[in-house]
Ligand binder design. Structure first.
Ligand SMILES: [Zn+2]
Length: 295
């Protein structure tokens, strides 16, 4: 959706609220009291009423808008900005665009949107052939810890991110190539094997074939998936782990272009936004898709 069609479709608070209500109805409202799924809409009160027990549910209740005081239109403008561009926006920029005084509520709204994006992708495991590699992203260090970091590194440090990509060979006109499917990027809590193990169990289908370089942290992968192939030569790494490397380079360039510094504890949110959009690169209605993931 471009800016003109967004303005045409969502000119007022009511238009945004009605759109949100329709999508909530379409996804299904569940009564907190009796578990009923059939509801009336009380337009004067902006609430759903359970047909079974009469319990009322507000339009925001149970969605990520629940505790937010910001208008539907603010949320919709932020969602439009975040879904209509390949890059992304910082909360500072969105605050400026909205003309809102305070930074915190805008930042909190965008953080919730990014979390919802992450949850939407966490619902699905990667399958088939999967490229798997670790990358190191620059993040800032909390003030109290800066002294402990070695000289020369300043306040910057690197955070480990495990990057996974569905990658399948396809021969077209006699030329063999690798094509990519879905991606995942996860900030590693530690260098420990147990954290890699948990990550693989939650991210990758156990019948998959996983391709890596020779890093020793991957030695236990063979127990977690159908087959683990590790490439010995540098040339194989470049050829066969092509999509994870492209995704890593793009993600780094993307984050660097938008944010001055990133705190490690928020890095996962930015990667979630990056992957959500990357995984829906052929989706013609990213905006509605995003609305559904908030409900
Ligand atoms: Zn009920």
């Amino acid at each position: 959706m471009n800016l003109l069609s967004f303005i045409k479709e969502f000119p007022t608070e009511d238009s945004c609220r009605n759109h949100f209500r329709d999508h909530r109805f379409a996804k299904g409202v569940i009564c907190k009291k009796c578990g009923g799924i059939n509801h009336y809409w009380l337009s004067g009160k902006n609430q759903f009423e359970c047909k079974g027990c009469g319990f009322r549910t507000t339009l925001r209740s149970g969605t990520i808008l629940e505790s937010s005081k910001l208008s539907y239109r603010y949320w919709y403008i932020a969602l439009h900005l975040m879904s209509s561009t390949k890059k992304g926006f910082s909360a500072h920029e969105v605050r400026r665009q909205l003309g809102h005084k305070r930074y915190e509520p805008i930042w909190a709204m965008m953080k919730k949107i990014r979390s919802a994006m992450g949850r939407a992708d966490d619902n699905q495991k990667l399958t088939g052939m999967i490229e798997f590699d670790d990358a190191y992203f620059s993040t800032s260090t909390p003030k109290g810890l800066r002294k402990k970091i070695k000289r020369g590194k300043g306040s910057q440090k690197k955070s480990k991110v495990t990057v996974m990509a569905e990658s399948f060979p396809l021969e077209i006109d006699g030329v063999a190539q690798r094509y990519c499917g879905q991606f995942k990027m996860k900030v590693g809590k530690s260098e420990m094997k147990s954290s890699t193990q948990r990550l693989v169990e939650t991210s990758i289908d156990k019948d998959s074939v996983v391709f890596t370089d020779q890093s020793t942290s991957y030695v236990d992968l063979k127990n977690l998936v159908n087959l683990h192939v590790s490439y010995k030569s540098e040339k194989q790494n470049v050829d066969e782990l092509k999509w994870v490397h492209i995704a890593i380079a793009n993600a780094k360039r993307n984050l660097l272009g938008i944010y001055h510094v990133i705190k490690e504890k928020y890095l996962q949110h930015y990667l979630d936004e990056f992957c959500f959009k990357l995984n829906r690169r052929y989706n013609s209605n990213l905006f509605d898709n995003l609305i559904l993931s908030l409900i």
